[in-house]
Structure formats: structure tokens, C-alpha cells
Design a protein around this ligand. Sequence first.
Ligand code: COA
Length: 318
Amino acid sequence: MTYARILGTGSFLPEHVVTNADLASQVNTSDEWIVSRTGIRERRIARAGETTCDLAERAARQALDAAGCVASDIDLVIVATTTPDRVFPGTACLLQERLGIHGPAAFDVQAVCTGFVYALAIAEKFIRTGSTKRALVVGAETMSRIVDWNDRSTCVLFGDGAGAVVLGAGDAPGILSSHLHADGAYKELLTVAATEPLQGAATGHITMRGNEVFRMAVTTLDALVGETLAANDLRQTDIRWLVPHQANIRIIAATAKRLGMAMDQVIVTVDRHGNTSAASIPLAFDVGVRDGRIQRGDVVLMEAFGGGLTWGSVLLRY
Ligand code: COA
């Protein structure tokens, strides 16, 4: 039996830090409001001309180094992003060219904030079938490009960044299970309508019904966590680390509570990164690995929720 295992991780954040105080000088908000409602204190914003692929490349190179791989070892490239550099080619193709990988399949996954969980689950299936030996799986975003900087209800939430893992074939798991879901009936809750030339929509910016998204996130993640534990015949105490999508500390805390986990078993980056959509889980995972909290052999639950609506989890042994 072939399993898929994370061989190495990497991440990258743009240099420019935007604090809540910075935002309060542009829109009618305050550090107190943002911190109490979301847990976010600051976020990174890409500089002019710095693209999703630029961030992805930095994270990918670090993950390749950590995995002890060179570009020619990679036989699948998947980039989860909702802010691609171009309509086409996909950002995975642009990244492939930057890294000097020629020939193997490369494609983007668009599942918004659940994108990295989808991408990891897809890569795992390629490895399990034997068609892939080493996959580069990246979550990268420049959310700042689709944020309406005049809308205080959304502009305080998002940030830019990238995270990456190299997934390799091995004899022992690895990824234990993945659970992917979507329901397009909720498409209007959180969306970027297409820009004018494509669909005649009014804007190319994020619009969100925040309250409804919040309630859906908490109830959906609650069910998802139960589904993941049941599928693996695990108890809550078998999970060492929760690496959640970093949207809002109150949503994260509700999921941790459902799992009976203390907050010191949760990798939290939302305070420093904001919501980096598909990049948030691989960024947080890399932070936990590099600071020594996540150790080889630990059981880790990744879970995410986002526009679509989409939601999903990956349970793995690191
Ligand atoms: N600063 C100050 N006031 C703000 C504000 C801001 N940045 N954004 C909104 N407000 C105001 C609203 O205008 C509203 O004012 P009103 O009562 O005068 O109309 C008030 O705060 C309450 O707004 P509401 O939307 O009910 O606040 P909330 O407690 O639901 O918090 C969110 C808003 C966005 C923080 C919260 O709904 C949330 O986190 N939702 C989930 C969002 C998310 O995670 N999305 C991504 C999923 S991947």
C-alpha cells in the first residue's frame, strides 16, 4: 500500500505590515473592534507588482529545501489560489516555469479558503494511485487585490501570503483521511462577482454577509470535525494539533472547544496574518513545524471553510 506523507514545508509573507491602527486611519474602524470581533492585529500586504506567483515561489523553494528535494524530483504541481496572476495559464504553470519543472501536470484549485485542503486531498489521491511520487502543493494569495479598501466590514479581515508542502509517497501514512464538501446554494454569502467584461457584475471585490458566514462556519465545522473523527475511529484526545483555516479567532475557538482541545494545542496565526484564504493553513502549519511545536508522528487536523460554500478537513500523521 502506498501512502502520502508531508516531507517538507515552507512559507512566505510579504514584508509590508499593515496594523489595525493603519486601517483605522483609512476607514471608520478601531483596533479594539477588529481585535474583539476577529482576533486580527495585523496582516501582510504585497507590494505593487508582487504577485501570487512571487509569494508561491518563495514558499515552494523553502518547502523543497526542507524536503531535501530538487525541482526535477517533483512530478505534480498544484496551486490553491483564488487570486491567480492571470485568468490563464494557471498559477501552477507559472510557478512550474519559475522552478524549472518541465513536463509534469500542473494546475490550480479554486475552492477559496478551503483550497489548500482540496489541493492536499487531490495530491494525496494521485500519490495513492501510484501516478505521482512527489507533489508540490501550494496555497498562495494576494487577497489585497480583491478587497474593497473602502468597505470596513471586509477590508480588516484579509491578508497576503503563501505556504507550501512537498508530499511524497511512502510505506506508512501520512495522510489518514480527507473530507471535502461544497454547497453552491450559498454562493451569495461570500463572493467576488465577475468583473464587468465577463459578467456585467458591479464590482470585482469581495462582498460578504458576515453574520451568516460566521454562523454557517461554526455549525459546518462542528459537523465536519465529528465526521473526521468517526471516519478514523478516533477520540478527540487522539489529536495533538489543530491547524485551522485562520479566518476568525472566535470560529477557531469554537472548533477547538468542540474537540475538547486547549488553545495551546491550536496553531494560531490569524492575529499576525489575518485571513490569507488558501494560504492560511500551509502558512500556519509551517509556523508550527519551524518553531518546533509540531513534531514527527503528531496527529494533526486541518480544517477549513470558505466561499462556495466549501468546507473540508485533512487528518494526518506528520
Ligand atoms: N469596524 C467597526 N465597525 C464595524 C466594522 C469595522 N471594521 N465592520 C462592521 N462594523 C459595524 C457594522 O457596520 C455594524 O454596525 P451597525 O450595527 O451600526 O449596522 C456592527 O459593526 C456590527 O456588524 P456585524 O456584521 O453584526 O458584526 P459581527 O459581530 O457579526 O462581526 C464579522 C463582523 C465580519 C467580524 C463577523 O461577522 C465574522 O467574523 N464573520 C465571518 C467572516 C469570515 O470569517 N469570513 C471568511 C470565511 S472564510
